[in-house]
Write a protein that binds this ligand. Structure first.
Ligand SMILES: [Cu+2]
Length: 296
């Protein structure tokens, strides 16, 4: 019904949009270009774990900084919470009607008011002194070794290696095939994944060399998506008609997963991100084959 309303509201874009969507899904179900390069055994490093509540292992300086900042903030929050709880407890115990039948009638206490204004300001400045440098480190994009343009689409990602004339789409393995079934299990196994990686593994992973500065330009072709890899400490909205950037330098070879992190429509949960961080030699070999498999 919403779709019908949208169609009625924007008749010019409505029909071609549906036609394109229909063509897209037919095409998606058919043969998709897939890389033929074997990147060898790679350890799965950046993935959620059952019952996990902490962070994924930090694989970049940015992620390490973020996790350290989170730990420091937790200490500050814990101290403030304990202090306020203790104050409350003391007030309830000491100044209830029985213990304190005649309440004081004063309304101001200048030293106290100055204190409860200045102390929070000092705390905020202290936090800012640590959080702003982390923020600037993320947002000031360094000179990149590898440049990738990523476009969010309903519901997959497209990657363009802009220095290399390489372009490919990246779909979740088993996209549009229902819950985990034998057919999907075979596809996952063929791609070197176990059943646990269902909903995270993609047919065409992003491949980057270890120790290289990767600059990603993030955009979208339809609605707002967000490209996120927790272990890299990066998250950037892809907004239609705009270009945003993020960067990371992965320090450890392995497989890293992420997911679209902006509610983007009915298949928002089914457009995961897979990044394989490989040795420079393996990356060169992949590039060579990718130029053939995925011509821009
Ligand atoms: Cu999305």
């Amino acid at each position: 019904m919403i779709f019908n309303m949208l169609g009625a509201l924007c008749p010019r874009v409505g029909k071609p949009g549906f036609a394109a969507a229909a063509a897209m899904s037919v095409w998606a179900a058919g043969a998709r270009a897939q890389s033929t390069v074997d990147l060898g055994e790679l350890e799965i490093v950046g993935a959620p774990v059952p019952r996990g509540t902490g962070f994924q292992p930090a694989a970049t300086e940015l992620a390490r900084d973020l996790q350290w900042l989170d730990g420091m903030l937790f200490v500050i929050i814990a101290i403030i919470t304990l202090f306020v709880t203790a104050l409350l407890g003391w007030v309830i115990y000491r100044y209830n009607e029985t213990s304190n039948p005649t309440p004081a009638r004063f309304t101001h206490n200048s030293p106290l008011e100055v204190t409860w204004t200045v102390v929070p300001i000092v705390i905020l400045i202290f936090i800012g002194a640590f959080s702003l440098p982390v923020l600037f480190k993320q947002q000031i994009i360094p000179e990149g070794d590898v440049h990738i343009k990523v476009t969010g689409r309903q519901w997959f990602w497209s990657y363009e290696y802009t220095d290399e004339d390489i372009y490919f789409d990246s779909y979740m393995i088993g996209y549009g095939m229902g819950n985990l079934n034998d057919e999907i299990r075979v596809m996952l196994a063929d791609a070197g994944y176990s059943d646990d990686e269902f909903l995270l593994a993609t047919d065409n992973p992003v491949v980057v060399p270890v120790g290289a500065v990767v600059v990603m330009t993030v955009t979208s072709s339809d609605v707002i998506h967000a490209w996120t890899v927790p272990a890299f400490g990066v998250k950037q909205d892809g907004v239609p008609g705009r270009l945003a950037q993020l960067w990371f330098e992965a320090e450890r070879e392995g497989i890293y997963f992420g997911q679209c992190s902006e509610l983007c429509g009915k298949d928002h949960a089914y457009m995961p991100i897979t990044v394989k961080v490989v040795s420079p030699e393996a990356y060169e070999a992949w590039l060579e084959q990718a130029r053939i498999d995925f011509p821009a």
